[in-house]
Design a protein around this ligand. Structure first.
Ligand code: SAM
Ligand code: CO
Length: 286
């Protein structure tokens, strides 16, 4: 099949490619982003949905490729991001439904998707300030949990999410989907356990570990006016002693009923909204 340059609309000086073939090498590269290896190699990832793509660009994320369904041609918002993508040296692809379905591996794909450059904040650049809440996740394994936590962190006004040790990839499509756009709003940081321990010693926030054997009720901790790091344990193993020992407090959420523990994302949400309770109000909702 042919991949011919499209000639209609603004900003289409040959940079917009029409693609209908799944064997097109550009499409193969984009489809390969479903694999971590290829995301790592290219330092890029996929985000889906017009609103998300617009928000990401507004927040300064670098777009590499804009991909949209043929039916989107001529829509003002799409034309605008297409022109912007071209202006920034990116690629714009107008594709068939079949191609969109193949890229997203979904039956009803979003009509607009994009490839963005990955972005991580270096841990050394961060020193938690009073009333800031940072979340640190020990070896989080589940992409849905991580995405939900990033979304919740954004909603609660946390300052960023620190990924400790061998974690799931925050830029996997499943995680990005679960963040509902918050991936673009929340600073993400990566650290080994040793790096995290060195950093928390140096910057000295109140580290609140959440632990099933914690002796402190999470509601009794004085979070107000302090820099806080909420440290959450791995889904299966919980916090290792090495991390637990570094905590200023080991907190527990009281439970009743049959469940041994809460889901990691739920426990994070419960702790986070308590830690930031004094900072959140309906009036302050901007
Ligand atoms: N089997 C694991 C254990 O023994 O720790 C359960 C881990 S739980 C599914 C995942 C994480 O969520 C825990 O490491 C902890 O950080 C947090 N969590 C879950 N329920 C909690 C509770 N009731 N109190 C405090 N933290 C909790
Ligand atoms: Co390959």
């Amino acid at each position: 099949m042919t991949d011919k340059p499209s000639s209609t609309g603004p900003g289409r000086v040959g940079q917009v490619k029409e693609i209908t073939s799944l064997s097109n090498p550009v499409i193969k590269d984009i489809r390969a982003l479903s694999m971590k290896k290829h995301r790592d190699e290219t330092g890029s990832f996929l985000a889906e949905g017009l609103k998300l793509v617009i928000d990401a660009i507004d927040q300064g994320w670098n777009i590499r490729t804009l991909i949209y369904a043929k039916a989107q041609r001529g829509k003002p918002q799409v034309e605008k991001i297409a022109a912007l993508t071209v202006a920034r040296g990116g690629l714009v692809l107008e594709v068939s439904e079949k191609v969109l379905t193949a890229i997203t591996r979904r039956d009803n794909p979003q009509a607009v998707i994009a490839v963005f450059e990955q972005k991580l904040t270096p841990l050394d650049a961060v020193a938690p300030k009073p009333d800031e809440t940072w979340i640190a996740l020990d070896r989080v394994r589940d992409p849905g949990n991580l995405g939900t936590i990033i979304r919740t962190a954004d909603a609660a006004g946390a300052s960023g999410v620190i990924l400790i040790g061998d974690t799931v990839d925050p830029f996997s499509t499943e995680t990005v989907r679960a963040t509902m756009g918050s991936i673009f709003a929340m600073p993400l940081l990566r650290a080994s356990e040793a790096e995290f321990l060195t950093w928390s010693k140096k910057t000295a926030p109140l580290v609140v570990g959440s632990h099933l054997k914690g002796s402190v009720d999470y509601r009794t901790i004085a979070y107000k006016g302090r820099p806080v790091v909420l440290l959450m344990g791995n889904e299966q193993a919980g916090l290792p002693d090495t991390l637990a020992q570094s905590c200023g407090k080991l907190a527990r959420i009281p439970q009743t009923g049959r469940a041994d523990s809460l889901n990691l994302a739920i426990a994070t949400g419960v702790m986070l909204f308590e830690a930031r309770r004094h900072l959140l109000s309906l009036e302050a909702d901007a």
